[in-house]
Ligand binder design. Structure first.
Ligand SMILES: *Cc1c(COP(=O)(O)O)cnc(C)c1O
Length: 360
């Protein structure tokens, strides 16, 4: 791909030629036996990745479709949702909940700080909530929330639906939906799965499905009941992006061949390489120690370099793209993604080129 700039931004991530070839498989009808076979074939592999016995649904939308959909399906109009807020995406979920006409209460911490289980326990005990939203890996600040500990707290509040965004952590580490008692677990195609953007994947617990039957105003496009009804016949409610599903099948084969444990280790190792580089070069980490993401690194620009100029140099000289900081963190931070297909070699290559361009 001449003139192509390779992506090391935390989404969309770099898509391989192999994935693109699968994406370009000739079209099939979405109500025919070929499609049902395709859907049926990937289902057990998806359940394995989600750590669930529940069906895994495919939505032709970005992740936000399901983030909004989860609110519409599980929180009655006028009902109450607790939104754990620690960065740009989790803050926005609060806003989205309100736009859906639900009463959203925020558990806000400073960006870069984690949501702590004790705080969750305190707020949930103080009121009656229908649901709680949590972003496992807050991509804007490279922060990973203590999902396992929070999940323990949630087990004491069975009426509060536990909605978890794993968009930028999914398949980089073990997140067993059923064991953690997650009610809606959702992810998107363009992060660690390294597929083109445009597909969201999610699963819904049995009790959340029951809840949805009692909630009015679920709409149609993201109605969980529609997904469930169609999934029984290996179909989606409306015409899906079939190209994405071909690409997903190819990716799931790759994941199976690599092995889950190896895949997780690869992400830890490549992340550790980036962390080493950060320390060697005298930069800081934006996220609090102990709560740092393993799929991307949000680097604090403690050296006060001109991030925008550097990012541009890297792009022009080497055809590589890193991120110059999200929203209000632009220039104060920069982000390096190690999710998707990246290897120790490709990350070492990136880091060498970061060194090359850092000074001038
Ligand atoms: C990228 C991202 C999203 C948004 O995904 P879209 O595909 O743009 O809807 C949501 N949550 C997290 C944690 C993300 O990293």
């Amino acid at each position: 791909m001449s003139g192509h700039v390779k992506l090391f931004i935390p989404g969309p991530t770099e898509v391989s030629e192999k994935t693109f070839r699968a994406f370009c498989t000739p079209m099939i009808g979405h109500r025919g036996s070929d499609f049902k076979a395709l859907y049926g074939e990937i289902q057990p592999k998806l359940q394995n990745l989600f750590g669930t016995k529940r069906p895994v649904f495919l939505s032709t939308s970005s992740a936000w479709g399901i983030m909004e959909g989860a609110i519409r399906n599980l929180v009655p109009i006028g009902g109450k949702v607790l939104c754990c807020m620690c960065g740009a995406f989790s803050d926005k979920w609060f806003d989205v909940s309100r736009r859906c006409g639900r009463e959203a209460i925020g558990l806000q911490v400073e960006w870069g700080k984690p949501i702590l289980p004790d705080e969750v326990q305190k707020v949930l005990s103080s009121d009656n909530f229908d649901a709680m939203t949590l972003i496992h890996n807050e991509t804007s600040c490279g922060l990973r929330n203590p999902l396992w500990d929070i999940a323990e707290v949630m087990k004491k509040f069975p009426k509060v639906m536990f909605i978890v965004d794993t968009v930028s952590s999914f398949s980089t580490q073990w997140i067993p939906m059923d064991e953690l008692g997650i009610d809606v677990m959702l992810t998107g195609s363009q992060k660690a799965l390294a597929l083109p953007p445009g597909l969201a994947l999610f699963a819904v617990s049995e009790r959340a499905m029951e809840r949805a039957t009692k909630v009015e105003g679920r709409g149609y496009y993201f109605d969980f009941l529609e997904f469930a009804k169609n999934a029984e016949q290996n179909m989606t409610p409306s015409t899906p992006s079939i190209s994405h599903i071909f690409a997903l099948r190819s990716k799931l084969e790759e994941i199976e061949n690599e092995g889950l444990e190896k895949r997780f280790q690869r992400h830890s190792k490549t992340n550790a390489l980036v962390h080493e580089w950060v320390k060697q070069n005298g930069f800081g980490f934006f996220a609090q120690e102990g709560y740092r993401s393993v799929s991307l690194t949000c680097v604090e620009n403690t050296r006060g370099i001109d991030v925008a100029a550097w990012v541009k140099r890297l792009r022009e000289r080497h055809g590589l793209q890193i991120d110059g900081g999200y929203g209000k963190l632009k220039g104060k931070t920069f982000r390096i993604s190690n999710m998707g297909d990246e290897t120790e070699d490709s990350i070492r290559d990136l880091l060498a080129k970061l060194d090359d361009t850092l000074k001038n």
